[in-house]
Write a protein that binds this ligand. Structure first.
Ligand code: NBG
Length: 830
């Protein structure tokens, strides 16, 4: 391979040019001067790195213009604080945002390489558990695309969420070493490092004006090093920043200890400091390393707020104007210690009086609640909190004292209310309620779907909603159509663009213009052809990863999400087992054959969730091997669900399973990703399902199950699952089959804990919803039998899904909570 100067488009800068010859030259340059490898010896990883660096140059070009523009215009910046981000692979996304996929393809092809193979090289950053982390990344995409100044602040976990392997049907966790080959997308900025204190004690003193002051004398200090990843908007000049913090020991050695010869203690300190950002905690672990988790949260929040103050100082803006410069959003309670930390910075370090500091704090923060599950609402034992953050404990107590004065003034004598609302739970062994801290310290509180926001107001935060009704609002989640439609489903995207132009990528509502085409037989034919191809792709992946062959002609019935009892993957299993039993009895052969596809991780310590995975695989093994049924039914569990295989899954689904018990799923976002790709939903009236059904039309949505109200009433009356079990012979037969030993090589005890949980308590009311679910599934089968009619409904789903773009969600946050506006960045020449 030779390169001569004639290969470069003469007017293009090799660092910024977007045409194939320039890109080609840039790739080879990076290979040689960054990787230090000759083309002849380069591995695919080397080429991937070289291409990534070439693309990153183009991003940094935009990034520099963006920073310049923001500084010159004195803009308000959204700071999105989130302990999790799930950006997914960057390369494909960045090529698309810059509009250079074709140029890149041409460039690498000319170098004798295959773009798809290079894309495949990327290790995805698994810095989140699921919906919450992915939402944060969808929001960053929309912020940049809408040209809103924003910084995402989070943690650079050295190990993201574990990789999942399936061995003998069980989940096995493997360390996620995503940084093994280096990360070409990030830039470390050690010069911007921030010191963060932990532990120790506080001392009071009088300052020169004899004012009472407190000083924190910490036990140890850790450094936070920021790593920046550019986040480009779609075909705009804006390129924002995702800034993730890594913990580093302040000194490599504790010289004091080193000098007295205690070498190992000196190294120990370094190890302890650097474990802070080692690993992401699974979100539904029953008991996690609490102390480390609190330390992680404080660590990234402290770094981020200090960083904002640094930016403020740099621009010469007085600290009183902090809320005009930054809108800080708390993504769930994980960063809610920020309320106390900002108070500490303002009062202890900037020497403001309490009242103005409090006003600044409240005007700065907004808080989004993402769950009603009591076990997921964060509280910290007071003693632990005080030992990690002694000064913050004092501040939280003072916030609480002042807050309770307000409550008591409003409701004199209502001591029960004051106790319920207090930030410090004086019962239950004294704990700090982080949701209360977030609520008291924010000017805006929101839920993530209409139903969930109502339930927030009626249940967990009811007293707060009564006190400050104006603070509460709903912001229904959304997902980015760039990644989840344009990139994940190029075939469908091309078809849509053919008919309505490409504007839908940034204005998803425009898809309503395909609605009339639902009645066009030729269009439906093309629609089905596209779906067929996406199903072939998924089938190939399923075969490669599980050995199970599924027929693209069949109905693809898909449930992918974290494995959790409330999400009820085992209700899906009950349906499959019932189908299996019917087939074995010679019934149910006249319905369209189905492939049931699952994927999702269980928290390593969540025994029941792991047993559900085993159950799915046990059913798969029996069903797939049984010639009596495997012409009608197949089951596959795709290992290691993440952003990469998600791109294959969403486009290929016919049926999207959104079957959580009503009132439990705050919103769901997978539901949106499926519908956006033309799947029909079978679901309960839970989370955003309610709004999706309203949008796509009740007749194009398969509804079943109790409503949230009915659940509440049934539980209040004393729900008895055994009675349901006894009253339904097929349910009985299905449930009994799980402990028959047939699924478990004769072991009748294996699935007994699962069955016992259903018969004893059935917390998530699977038995109550079983019959309704089966009837609804029968309706699905009848509908699918008419493939053309199914395609019509699929088209209508896509045509009417516009509301669920994260662009809409971000516009609402900007208008109602952040009070920020777009600041266009003039596209740089070059
Ligand atoms: C999750 C909810 C989902 C929701 C996402 C994003 C947490 C704590 N909550 O229903 O379970 O879609 O947040 O809002 O992860």
């Amino acid at each position: 391979m030779t390169l001569c100067d004639a290969d470069i488009t003469p007017t293009e800068d090799p660092r910024t040019g977007l045409h194939a010859p320039t890109l080609r030259r840039a790739i080879v340059d990076h290979l040689t001067y960054e990787q230090g490898v000759l083309p002849a010896f380069a591995t695919t990883t080397d080429w991937y790195m070289a291409l990534a660096h070439a693309v990153r140059d183009r991003l940094l070009h935009r990034w520099a213009r963006t920073v310049e523009t923001y500084v010159a215009r004195d803009v308000k910046v959204v700071a999105y604080l989130s302990a999790e981000f799930l950006p997914g692979p960057h390369l494909g996304n960045n090529l698309a945002q810059l509009g250079i996929e074709e140029a890149a393809r041409q460039a690498v092809t000319e170098l004798g390489l295959d773009l798809a193979a290079l894309l495949e090289q990327e290790e995805e950053p698994g810095l989140g558990n699921g919906g919450l982390g992915r939402l944060a990344s969808c929001f960053l995409d929309s912020l940049a695309t809408l040209e809103v100044p924003a910084i995402g602040y989070g943690i650079r976990y050295e190990f993201g969420l574990f990789d999942q392997e399936i061995r003998d049907g069980w989940q096995v966790e493997v360390t996620d070493k995503w940084l093994r080959d280096g990360n070409p997308w990030e830039i470390a900025r050690p010069q911007l490092s921030c010191p963060v204190s932990f532990g120790g004690r506080t001392e009071s003193y009088a300052d020169d004006q004899k004012r009472y002051r407190v000083r924190w004398v910490p036990e140890r200090v850790v450094n936070g090093i920021p790593y920046d990843t550019p986040i480009a908007g779609y075909r705009v000049g804006t390129c924002n920043t995702l800034r993730l913090w890594r913990a580093e020991a302040c000194e490599s050695f504790d010289f004091q200890a080193f000098n007295v010869g205690d070498y190992y203690r000196a190294v120990d300190e370094k190890i302890v400091s650097e474990t802070l950002t080692k690993v992401l905690y699974p979100n539904d672990e029953p008991e996690i390393g609490k102390r480390l988790r609190l330390a992680q949260q404080y660590f990234f929040v402290a770094c981020s707020l200090r960083d904002m103050l640094r930016i403020l100082d740099l621009t010469g803006v007085p600290v009183e104007r902090f809320p005009e410069q930054f809108a800080v959003q708390l993504n769930d309670t994980h960063p809610s210690i920020a309320v106390a930390e900002l108070m500490r910075l303002l009062v202890d370090e900037r020497l403001l009086a309490w009242e103005p500091a409090w006003e600044i704090t409240q005007r700065t923060f907004g808080y989004t609640n993402h769950t009603l599950l009591p076990e997921a609402l964060e509280t910290w034992p007071l003693s632990l909190f005080g030992s990690v953050l002694p000064r913050h404990l004092e501040i939280v107590r003072e916030i609480d004292r002042r807050f309770l004065e307000v409550v008591r003034a409003r409701h004199p004598g209502d001591t029960a209310r004051a106790a319920r609302m207090s930030i410090v739970d004086e019962e239950a062994g004294k704990r700090i309620r982080m949701a209360h801290l977030a609520c008291v310290g924010s000017h805006a509180v929101n839920g993530v779907s209409a139903l969930h926001s109502d339930l927030v107001r009626q249940s967990v935060l009811r007293d707060f909603a009564e006190l400050w009704p104006e603070r509460f609002s709903n912001k229904t989640n959304g997902v980015t159509p760039r990644r989840f439609l344009a990139q994940a489903n190029p075939e469908l995207s091309a078809l849509l663009t053919d008919h309505v132009g490409g504007g839908w990528v940034t204005a998803l509502d425009e898809l309503h213009r395909i609605e009339p085409l639902a009645d066009d037989a030729v269009f439906r034919r093309r629609w089905r052809d596209v779906k067929r191809r996406t199903k072939e792709r998924l089938a190939a992946h399923v075969a490669a990863t599980t050995g199970v062959t599924i027929d693209p002609e069949w109905l693809f019935d898909v449930q992918v999400k974290r494995i959790h009892e409330y999400k009820r993957q085992h209700l899906n299993v009950l349906h499959i087992v019932s189908c299996y039993r019917r087939l074995k009895q010679g019934r149910g052969r006249d319905v369209p054959p189905r492939a049931f596809v699952f994927a999702g991780k269980a928290a390593p310590g969540y025994v029941m969730a792991k047993l559900i995975i085993k159950l799915i695989n046990a059913v798969a093994a029996v069903v797939n091997a049984d010639p009596d049924v495997n012409q009608h039914l197949k089951v596959a569990f795709i290992p290691n669900f993440g952003m990469k295989n998600a791109h294959l899954v969403y486009p290929a689904a016919d049926l999207s399973e959104q079957i959580s018990l009503a009132g439990k799923e705050a919103s769901g976002t997978g539901n949106m990703k499926f519908a956006m790709n033309g799947a029909l939903t079978i679901g309960t009236l839970d989370g955003a399902n309610v709004e999706i059904r309203d949008a796509v039309g009740a007749e194009n949505f398969f509804l079943f199950g109790l409503t949230a109200d009915e659940v509440r009433v049934a539980k209040a009356r004393g729900y008895r699952p055994e009675e349901v079990y006894r009253s339904d012979a097929e349910l009985q037969d299905t449930v009994d089959f799980l402990t028959s030993g047939f699924l478990s090589g004769g072991d009748r005890d294996l699935f007994r804990p699962l069955v016992a949980s259903l018969l004893d308590r059935d917390e998530y009311m699977l038995l109550a919803d079983y019959r309704s679910y089966l009837e609804c599934q029968a309706a699905v089968s009848r509908r699918y039998a008419d493939a053309d009619d199914w395609a019509r409904r699929s088209i209508l789903n896509v045509a009417r899904i516009g509301k669920f773009s994260s662009d809409r969600a971000i516009r609402e946050y900007c208008a109602d909570i952040w009070e920020t506006a777009p600041v266009p960045v003039t596209p740089a020449a070059g």
